[in-house]
Design a binder for this molecule. Structure first.
Ligand SMILES: [Ca+2]
Ligand SMILES: [Ca+2]
Ligand SMILES: [Ca+2]
Length: 260
């Protein structure tokens, strides 16, 4: 129901309190994405502040980002803080992406073009994909506003499942959508009280093959949304695409927690 280039999404991160040194000034932090004073490379949940590092099942994925905190089968398999020193993502679409010191800035304000997308060539099967961003503003002249996580099919070479925060003249939803090859279908959604608006935002797309189900959770601090959908055609993906539409937005991190 929604065109591919009309898909956009984004998520925010908890970098409030970021400090290059700890309070005592004795230990220099290399990079602390979530501001919990634990370096990314030794933080068991590097994108959500969890200073206590609680991990009740001991699988090295902290409870804060472990969807099954009592079932030891999670692995943090991908984390990109999107700094200039981190692996670059592929930019496509029409808007302008600029790499800054702590993220990618997307400008969806014409004449740069309203739509753009980043691609991470990372395969996923049973996993949670986390995205964090800050929406700085909406482009007033855009017909819609969106941040999304899209999965690209391993065989058809098409994006086929999307988790998204989407807002246009007829929809204001957090949703799961499916592209079947000929049509878009909204497989699950929850209405957004205030549409897609500025602020820190995050998005989680959780995908499973047994049973075939997709959960989407996201929103703004104090304004959370959740939906789920059965996904009989989901069989994994060979890459992740992050589409954005009609926003000026800074993307802060992309992470994948694999379940097996
Ligand atoms: Ca940290
Ligand atoms: Ca953390
Ligand atoms: Ca854990």
């Amino acid at each position: 129901m929604r065109g591919w280039l009309a898909i956009v999404l984004l998520a925010g991160c908890g970098r409030i309190g970021f400090d290059p040194t700890d309070d005592a000034g004795a230990v220099a932090l290399v990079h602390d994405e979530d501001g919990d004073l634990i370096d990314d490379d030794r933080d068991n949940c590097p994108f959500l502040a969890n200073a206590d590092q609680a991990d009740q099942d001991g699988d090295r994925v902290g409870d804060a980002c472990d969807r099954e905190p009592a079932n030891a089968r999670q692995h943090l398999t991908y984390f990109n803080a999107l700094r200039p020193s981190d692996p670059a993502l592929t930019v496509t679409g029409f808007g302008t992406w600029t790499r800054g010191p702590d993220g990618y800035l997307f400008d969806g304000d014409p004449p740069q073009g309203r739509n753009g997308q980043l691609t991470a060539n990372v395969p996923v099967t049973d996993a949670e994909i986390w995205l964090g961003a800050t929406i700085r503003s909406r482009v007033a002249t855009a017909p819609g506003w969106q941040v999304a996580i899209a999965l690209v099919d391993q065989t058809a070479n098409n994006p086929y499942y999307y988790g998204q925060l989407y807002d246009d003249a007829s929809n204001r939803v957090l949703s799961v959508s499916e592209w079947t090859g000929s049509n878009y279908f909204d497989r699950g959604n929850q209405a957004l009280a205030s549409g897609v608006h500025p602020g820190e935002v995050d998005l989680l797309l959780a995908v499973r093959t047994q049973p075939r189900q997709i959960d989407v959770i996201g929103g703004w601090p104090g304004e959370r949304y959740q939906t789920a959908a059965v996904a009989p055609n989901y069989a994994g993906a060979d890459r992740i695409v992050i589409p954005i539409e009609g926003l000026v937005l800074e993307l802060h991190y992309l992470a994948i927690v694999t379940t097996n």
